[in-house]
Ligand binder design. Structure first.
Ligand code: NAI
Length: 343
């Protein structure tokens, strides 16, 4: 049962939802609602079986509790997963059925887009429930959250270099950016404008070439970016980029980027610390997007968002100071601080 899965962590509620007409098979996991209704996106993935899907839902929902608490948001953590191939199995009916399942939870869970789903899919969810955020502009949404995420990562990098290198800005520093997508490209622009030198990599060559032309970035291959001679490494592509193979190759003194789940395993946090690398915990530094989506959902003024995203810098200061004081990894300090905020 769910209760025996290793990723079960006292989750408040786990709902299996199905709809035979649309083929919906979904799992909604609500981890913790002490701070408010659980918010987290809906992932669509071709999971091999329902145990793998449930494990992912449990893990992602718990992650949202930590992330939302550290961002100081009045929401808890939850996540939905749809079992299915996002390229072939989507239909308006599928997302309407999901919307009905979410509506039955009466507001305990609020969904949004995630890997495999889009604002357009959320339009169909919205037809059945108001418990959905991250909508496109024509439905009262505020559009792409990536620029807010990039701003949070930028101020987070500033906080990290202040703490680790004692400098006030990234001016003159070298930053290696892995992945120039929605977040990475905007981050690169901000870093360039602030006077940083850039080393970049993307599996899509065109992105690198654009960054070279626009920001004077040096482009290296995706295989080489981990080895880049830089002050800061900013992972903005995939998860698990910090692992036993990549760790010895890092030349930087700060790792601070947008990618989710950067640590392949928890002990990598300690290994980074032992190696003298300051790690900005991913879910703290990349919260800009959820801060924006949450404000949109709560219909808070748009101009309050920027200040709150910039406050990520202060939260990271707290994490860095606690880690130093207690002689622990920053990843562990963040988890501890988060737990006090949602307990
Ligand atoms: P994206 O899909 O727009 O960009 C990812 C970029 O990385 C693409 O340009 C892709 O070609 C490149 N890439 C993929 N594998 C690579 C590799 N091995 N080496 C170099 N480049 C590679 O995604 P987005 O939205 O920019 O997100 C980036 C990361 O940040 C993801 O891990 C995402 O989960 C995380 N994140 C994004 C948020 C947002 O607001 N978009 C919010 C919080 C986290």
């Amino acid at each position: 049962s769910i209760f025996e899965l290793p990723d079960f962590d006292g989750h408040e509620q786990v709902v299996f939802a199905s709809d035979s007409q649309s083929g919906l098979k979904a799992i909604i996991a609500i981890h913790n609602t002490h701070r408010g209704p659980a918010m987290g996106g809906c992932r669509m993935w071709a999971y091999p079986d329902s145990t793998v899907a449930a494990t992912d839902a449990l893990r992602l929902a718990r992650g949202m509790t930590y992330k939302n608490a550290m961002a100081g948001l009045p929401i808890g953590g939850g996540k939905a997963v749809i079992i299915g191939d996002a390229r072939t199995s989507k239909s308006p009916e599928l997302f309407r059925a999901l919307g009905r399942a979410i509506d039955q939870l009466g507001g305990r869970y609020i969904t949004a887009e995630d890997v495999g789903t889009s604002p357009a899919d959320m339009t169909f969810v919205r037809e059945q429930t108001r418990y959905v955020a991250g909508l496109s502009g024509d439905l009262g949404g505020t559009g792409d959250p990536s620029p807010a995420t990039a701003l949070g990562v930028f101020v987070g990098i500033e906080a990290a270099v202040r703490h680790r290198l004692g400098v006030d800005s990234v001016n003159g520093l070298t930053v290696a950016v892995q992945g120039l997508g929605h977040v990475g490209y905007d981050l690169a622009r901000r870093l360039h404008e602030a006077g940083a030198r850039l080393i970049v990599a993307d599996i899509d060559r065109a992105n690198g070439e654009r960054a070279a032309a626009e920001f004077g970035a040096s482009v290296v291959s995706p295989d080489e970016i981990v080895d880049a001679q830089a002050d800061v490494f900013a992972p903005c592509a995939l998860g698990a980029v910090l692992n036993r193979q990549t760790l010895p190759r890092l030349k930087c003194s700060v790792v601070a980027g947008a990618a989710n789940n950067q640590l392949a395993t928890d002990d990598i946090g300690e290994m980074l610390r032992d190696a003298g690398v300051l790690y900005a915990p991913d879910y703290v530094i990349n919260a800009g997007g959820i801060i924006k989506v949450c404000a949109e959902y709560l219909q808070e003024p748009v101009d309050s968002v920027e200040d709150r995203v910039r406050a990520i810098s202060g939260t990271l200061d707290e994490v860095f100071q606690m880690a130093e004081r207690d002689g622990i990894a920053t990843s562990r300090a963040a988890d501890t601080l988060a737990r006090t905020r949602f307990a």
